[in-house]
Design a protein around this ligand. Structure first.
Ligand code: M6R
Length: 364
């Protein structure tokens, strides 16, 4: 049941420190700062190309993994929405790895994409939350998220456990390909081991996130901006908000602002900016200046240092714990979930069973 929580979604958001920890335990040795993936039926050292396929939130996990794998393993990654991939039927080089991300393991388009890749001689790897699912049974290799049953239609803990496994996959591939040395592996493992505590820290800040919900609840349109590996988190934040609050929301790469969406900015459009203090901070902060100069209401998500450096007059600030750049998407996924949740509660929508949506999309 929902226990002390009013909705399954909130319960599942609060389970994240535990389920991320459980998922990490299957791969990470925190004392030695090493990690080992479960046995796979192919050798990661031979993988020279990776393709990752999913739908919805699982596709955004794939997008995040592209940043991680390209950086840590120096292997080119292509990501695809399953329904686009399957009908495009692109040429595939033999020996490539195709990864299929699906919480349910039953999504029709993702399954069809898996079957296409198998017929084309790709190594296939399923990343699922339901071990007995069709996608898990049909793929050559399986990596499991230990999120436990996810009841809320809006995916939360499945997403962050997917990210957890994908970060580990990036490290393992980097080690196998010789792109990541032992010291770099140790650094990433250390950052990963801290994620459950960082996520728990974000959850303790729920009140400061709830406080911003009224600003968003009154809007008709909302923009989310992020850069680098946090760009997919902007997309995920927008998806969460539209699914459960029915507010129109779009995520953009912050650098794309000037190429179109800035035309939408006025005082009625909140702009939620995901901006940890990392190498890209200054770029995004200058986008914030542009939004503020046009009367936009910015809700700025950053760490203490990032908030202190911001000179623009933003409408609201949400302070988050410091996060290693590599694991920042895992930390920043949480406030966008909580914000969507509290906006939906403020609007009185059906959080766990939003209109028109099914938990698992088994028809095309
Ligand atoms: O079970 P899957 O991961 O294959 O599902 C994919 C999408 O249908 C799913 O992530 C959907 O977008 C969620 N409702 C997002 O919250």
């Amino acid at each position: 049941g929902k226990g002390q929580h009013r909705h399954f979604m909130l319960k599942e958001i609060f389970e994240q420190p535990e389920v991320i920890g459980n998922t990490l335990k299957t791969m990470l040795n925190p004392a030695e700062r090493t990690l080992t993936l479960p046995q796979l039926p192919f050798d990661l050292a031979t993988i020279a190309r990776v393709r990752i396929i999913g739908c919805g939130t699982s596709y955004y996990a794939a997008m995040t993994a592209k940043y991680w794998i390209e950086r840590m393993a120096r292997v080119p990654v292509e990501v695809d929405i399953a329904s686009e991939f399957r009908y495009r039927a692109p040429p595939l080089e033999p020996g490539g790895l195709a990864v299929f991300i699906s919480q349910s393991g039953e999504t029709a388009d993702t399954l069809a994409a898996l079957r296409h890749c198998q017929a084309e001689g790709q190594h296939t790897l399923a990343l699922v939350n339901v071990p007995e699912s069709t996608i898990a049974r049909e793929a050559e290799g399986v990596l499991l998220t230990l999120a436990g049953p996810e009841i809320g239609v809006a995916s939360t803990k499945a997403f962050t456990t997917q990210l957890t496994v994908l970060a580990c996959l990036a490290v393992a591939l980097g080690r196998a390909r010789g792109a990541l040395d032992r010291a770099a592996e140790a650094e990433v493992c250390h950052a990963l081991a801290e994620v459950p505590a960082r996520v728990a820290d974000v959850l303790r800040r729920e009140d400061s996130i709830r406080a911003v919900a009224p600003l968003v609840a009154e809007a008709r349109d909302v923009l989310y901006l992020g850069r680098g590996s946090n760009y997919p988190i902007a997309l995920e934040g927008a998806l969460k908000l539209k699914e459960i609050s029915y507010i129109h929301a779009e995520g953009y790469a912050a650098g794309e602002l000037k190429h179109g969406p800035i035309a939408l900015i006025d005082e009625s459009v909140p702009v939620i900016v995901i901006c940890p203090s990392d190498a890209l901070y200054d770029k995004t902060a200058s986008n914030v200046e542009e939004v503020v100069a046009r009367g936009g209401k910015v809700i700025f998500l950053s760490d203490r240092a990032g908030l202190a450096r911001l000179s623009a007059k933003v409408a609201a600030r949400i302070e988050l714990p410091d996060a290693e750049p590599l694991v920042a998407p895992l930390v920043y996924a949480i406030p966008v979930q909580l914000l969507a949740y509290h906006v939906a509660v403020a609007k009185g929508t059906d959080v766990d069973q939003p209109r028109n949506l099914a938990k698992s999309v088994t028809v095309e």
